[in-house]
Ligand binder design. Structure first.
Ligand SMILES: Cc1cc2nc3c(=O)[nH]c(=O)nc-3n(C[C@H](O)[C@H](O)[C@H](O)COP(=O)(O)OP(=O)(O)OC[C@H]3O[C@@H](n4cnc5c(N)ncnc54)[C@H](O)[C@@H]3O)c2cc1C
Length: 316
């Protein structure tokens, strides 16, 4: 129930305006994001590299509703690619199609995506298209399939909570696509998605085995220790080389696990979000672990009390 409320709130504009006013929420968000600029994000990439962990950078933003904003997001991604190149470090990037204008015009979105992919290909950088709510699943896969023959540096994401994912995984294996497998972070109805954690996990295990067996460089994106152990057992038992796949985890979550796996020689990539559009992303992280809510609420309420640094608290 708490998960549903939080995911519902993630889409509410007025809630975003309310929550992001407080410095306490911002410092809470900082646990999951690497600051607001590409400079701070690249610092995080550097720190992770020191610990043997690679990165994918996500410039936060989604659900853009006019062409101007979509062009601005595209320009920011192009600048990010230039910043990565200049830094001398290597990092993938992750993006969302609604950020590039999917809701405005699909042609505009595709043009923006192709601009980014072309720049990324020129510097040998890989781009992952994140998967958003089920309203976008088919359109995202269609767009991905249409550009994939021309852009080998692009991959997509599959969510194990959707019933349709079994077929999507088979189709993507057939066309040699690079897939990141996650459980899924949005609010979806029982008509199209498993609701019980046990069912989502069982689906994850099935899809993971298919991707590890026959997929192209799959990314196993989870913090779930049971899925991680299963991936390790399955690959060892079936002689699948460690170089043929990677773990992916989110910035600020289970750092201990990320470091241990990297130290043991496994490929680990950390998804590093940055930017000021952090509200929806952080709400989804809270929905995954509602214990965080009390911590956030206590701090926001303390800050909102009359006489307690209210002016300075309006950080944004
Ligand atoms: C690299 C990466 C990319 C992703 N990309 C997408 C995407 O494109 N589309 C999409 O829908 N979803 C995406 N997700 C989110 C994903 O769908 C899940 O919502 C999220 O990863 C939580 O699921 P889990 O597999 O970690 O397992 P869970 O069963 O949810 O969690 C397992 C354990 O991980 C830890 N944990 C999980 N989440 C948190 C948290 N927020 N705070 C603290 N601890 C936590 C806890 O210890 C928990 O017990 C991505 C996840 C990762 C790791």
């Amino acid at each position: 129930m708490t998960r549903r409320i939080l995911l519902f709130a993630a889409d509410l504009r007025w809630m975003r305006m309310l929550i992001t006013r407080y410095r306490a929420s911002r410092s809470f968000a900082w646990r999951f994001i690497a600051g607001e600029s590409s400079k701070t994000a690249l610092h995080a990439v550097h720190d992770l590299h020191e610990r043997g962990i690679t990165a994918t950078l996500d410039l936060l933003g989604e659900s853009v509703h006019d062409a101007e904003q979509a062009h601005a997001a595209t320009a920011q991604y192009l600048a990010l690619l230039d910043d990565i190149r200049r830094s001398g470090m290597r990092s993938h990037v992750s993006l969302k199609l609604t950020q590039l204008g999917m809701d405005v015009d699909e042609r505009l979105c595709q043009d923006n995506l192709e601009l980014i992919l072309t720049r990324a290909a020129a510097q040998d950088t890989f781009v992952r298209i994140d998967m958003e709510s089920s309203a976008y699943t088919q359109r995202t896969l269609d767009l991905f399939r249409s550009i994939q023959p021309r852009f080998e540096n692009c991959g997509v994401v599959i969510q194990s909570y959707l019933y349709r994912s079994e077929k999507d995984v088979e189709d993507l294996i057939c066309c040699g696509a690079r897939v990141r497998l996650c459980k899924g972070a949005y609010l979806e109805p029982p008509e199209i998605a498993y609701q019980r954690k046990g069912d989502v996990d069982a689906s994850y295990a099935r899809l993971m085995k298919r991707l590890l067996s026959d997929g192209n460089n799959p990314a196993i994106a989870t913090h779930d220790p049971r899925m991680i152990d299963l991936a390790l057992e399955f690959t060892q038992h079936n002689g699948i080389p460690d170089s043929a796949w990677e773990f992916q985890m989110l910035y600020g979550i289970r750092r201990d696990k990320q470091e241990r796996l990297a130290a043991a020689g496994y490929n680990v990539r950390c998804y590093i979000p940055f930017g000021n559009e952090w509200y929806a992303y952080v709400m989804r992280r809270m929905a995954e672990r509602p214990a965080n809510i009390m911590f956030l609420l206590r701090n926001v309420l303390r800050e909102a009390r009359p006489g307690v640094s209210s002016a300075s608290g309006k950080a944004r």
